[in-house]
Design a protein around this ligand. Sequence first.
Ligand code: GTP
Ligand code: MG
Ligand code: ZN
Length: 366
Amino acid sequence: MTLKHLGWNDDLETALAAHSGKGWVPARLIRETVINYGAFLADGEEIDVILCGRVWHEAACDADLPAVGDWVMVELGNENQPSVIRAMLPRRTCFSRKLPGNSSQAQVIGANIDLVAVVTDAGSDFNIRRMERYFMLIGRSGAKAVVLVNKSDLFPIEQSEKAAAEIAALWDGANVHVTSAMNGQGLKVLKKYLKKGITMCMVGSSGVGKSTLVNQLYGEDWQWTSEVNDVTGKGRHTTTSRELVPLRTGGMLIDNPGMREIQMWTDEATLRDSFADVEALTGECKFSDCSHRKDAKCAIRAAVEAGTLDPARYENFLNLENEIAALKKRSEKRQMAVERWAKRNSVKARNLADRIQLEKDDRGDV
Ligand SMILES: Nc1nc2c(ncn2[C@@H]2O[C@H](COP(=O)(O)OP(=O)(O)OP(=O)(O)O)[C@@H](O)[C@H]2O)c(=O)[nH]1
Ligand SMILES: [Mg+2]
Ligand SMILES: [Zn+2]
């Protein structure tokens, strides 16, 4: 593997010059956890890196913090010292959600992404309004949009093609394909996008087949989905963290968690909106305070039993309030940290200004 395989280009080479002579090396972030990041070095070696305080402080908001897909300058560590991210290199594109008016409520889904692939299906996941929302975000990101109407093996082909046509009519900029991770339909087209150095980011609701598609494109031996399951004990196939996967053929894929991913970049209204059909059913529950879990005559559970509501979506719906609460808490926490830091630094800045003024006074300068 070389830097070019990882997406390195002339602009990055130019940006590198500003950091020369410090002994730092470029790396691309492939994973983000609560405590550190995973990164690839030029030779393809995978290392763990932590963020230095300065880079954290210099970020005005979450969106400015290093994210999966970012290029960073790393000071390599040793047995006693961890490797540290010392600087970020400029982003070419950034797929994120930034709420107007409050910069702390932003989340980067992927940096330096060439293509965002929105995965959906022609069945219960099909939602034109949500797709519009995705297009809006992709349009802003600088990346190109690809839509995969997946699971074509489960529906009459006319149904998948009709869904694809409706989506294509929404936005000229989107390339829409009907795919099946099961029987391989459309995967050839997908492979064509994934040229050397190209990064494609997979997004979409939980259960639409993002990880299965990544598995198919990667090849037989990509066992990541089940590995995650062993560790987290979470439901089969559920992706819990974002991960950049380099393909042997040259391109790179970023697999994203479904529901969590939406929670990360969306706002409460959109989140609720995406469950409007389930919400509508609550009116038919026998009890007005139905928890939709064990209560008798629950319309939502009846829909799951009747097979008209996907059990995975039902689970996500039950989790909705928690997801919204987590969303708020995270942004509040960040806001508080930023405010504390700004306060501390404004005191520092004032002290410094006072001192400079005093020195000037001493010297008799104006
Ligand atoms: N019939 C059919 N099933 C599919 C297809 N693609 C994926 N599946 C199945 O759908 C289920 C969910 O697939 P995943 O790939 O885990 O979905 P995901 O989008 O990664 O879901 P999250 O990680 O929760 O966001 C699995 O049981 C897959 O086997 C397809 O094209 N056809
Ligand atoms: Mg997944
Ligand atoms: Zn109910």
